[in-house]
Design a protein around this ligand. Structure first.
Ligand SMILES: Nc1ncnc2c1ncn2[C@@H]1O[C@H](COP(=O)(O)OP(=O)(O)OP(=O)(O)O)[C@@H](O)[C@H]1O
Ligand SMILES: [Mg+2]
Length: 353
């Protein structure tokens, strides 16, 4: 039934050797990080989801000669505090497990000593998750290490540095590189190349791939869509693409949530359930009480309002939820919650994975 020969080629985390298009990004990064190191600036790459930010930073890391510079990749989805990010950087530099039980100042001192010996390139991928917490302090510290340390940041929003103090911005002065969403044709071509490596020949119809490219320019979603369709059928037509749409979006959603806690999964389930019962947006209070019910059903211990408010903000950053804020009134700030496109459609199973 399946037409997938090489499933690896459809995994978003499995990068193809060649980055298509993105000529401006390539030339900026070549200039900033190529062998001819004429500048020493920091770079912030911003762009919507699935536009190749992580792909690009991985390629920069691969191309950096280990004799010239140590490199360290930090995913700020999981390393979302100064402590966690410093511990991750030091673990990579020393090959030791430094996850818990240290003072921030001792982690900072040890990193500084290393950087004095060998230049360091640190990637902070999805830095917005860190900026919600004490990311500004971390950036300030890193930007003040004399010479030798360069930062490559990525974010879905170009304005992420607004959350940093002025002293951080003036000390970092990142060179900004904004990636635009792919056009339908570009998304088509990128996905066609992956499909060619992954699927039986002639199993994917052109209009099926066009339908994906018209619906989403987020390449990760497109890859999950091809995965689900290819697993279920030996020929992928546009009707098949339509049939498996919800399953494909669900797989993308599960992938995004896999970096986060069970509370995040339960909150998404709570929002989905509430929205399927009523047409309008739901409030934080309603979500919290449904989340508590679900925690009981799944024998999970629930966390308080404040933590769930953080969870909601992270789900908003992930572009899973869309929230509208209202200020004033008896409760101060209130939040109306909806599912973001592409999830705000009926037809999802709301079961926790
Ligand atoms: N220009 C491109 N050429 C080839 N493949 C690409 C290109 N852009 C993106 N991809 C592929 O699309 C997938 C998603 O890219 P990536 O994960 O880098 O996006 P992202 O911007 O980091 O998304 P997110 O914001 O969700 O983290 C990856 O498998 C990547 O290899
Ligand atoms: Mg990414």
């Amino acid at each position: 039934m399946s037409c997938i020969q090489n499933p690896e080629a459809l995994e978003p985390g499995n990068l193809p050797p060649k980055l298509r298009d993105r000529d401006k990004a390539k030339s900026v990064l070549n200039r900033e990080f190529g062998s001819d190191l004429s500048s020493n600036s920091n770079v912030l790459i911003s762009g919507p989801r699935g536009t190749g930010k992580t792909h690009i930073v991985q390629k920069v890391l691969e191309a950096t000669p280990s004799t010239e510079s140590a490199t360290c990749y930090v995913s700020c989805r999981s390393s979302n505090t100064q402590y966690k990010a410093l511990a991750q950087i030091l673990s990579v530099l020393t090959n030791e497990d430094v996850s818990t039980g240290h003072h921030i100042s001792s982690l900072q001192r040890r990193i500084r000593e290393r950087v004095e010996a060998l230049p360091l390139l640190v990637v902070l991928d999805d830095v917005e998750f860190l900026m919600r917490n004490d990311g500004s302090d971390l950036l300030y510290y890193l930007s003040r290490i004399p010479g030798n340390l360069r930062l490559l940041l990525t974010s879905t929003t170009p304005s992420v540095m607004k959350q940093a103090d002025d002293r951080v911005v003036s000390s970092l002065q990142p060179h900004r590189l904004e990636l635009e969403s792919y056009s339908e044709n570009q998304a088509f071509s990128i996905l066609a190349e992956r499909a060619e490596q992954a699927l039986d020949s002639h199993s994917l119809q052109r209009d099926a791939l066009q339908k994906i490219g018209e619906t989403t320019q987020n390449i990760s979603i497109g890859l999950y869509w091809l995965q689900v369709a290819g697993e279920r059928r030996d020929t992928i037509t546009s009707a098949v693409i339509e049939d498996v749409k919800h399953a494909a979006f669900r797989r993308y959603l599960d992938h995004l949530l896999s970096y986060f806690s069970t509370h995040h999964q339960l909150v998404v389930q709570a929002v989905m359930e509430l929205l399927s019962e009523s047409s309008g947006p739901v409030t934080t209070g309603e979500v919290y009480s449904r989340y508590e019910d679900l925690s009981e059903v799944y024998s999970e211990s629930s966390v308080g309002h404040r933590s769930i408010s953080d969870v909601l903000s992270e789900l908003e950053l992930l572009r899973i939820l869309d929230c509208t804020y209202h200020y004033g009134g008896r409760h101060g700030k209130t939040r109306e919650i909806e599912l973001a496109d592409p999830f705000n459609d009926s037809g999802y199973e709301t079961q926790v994975a």
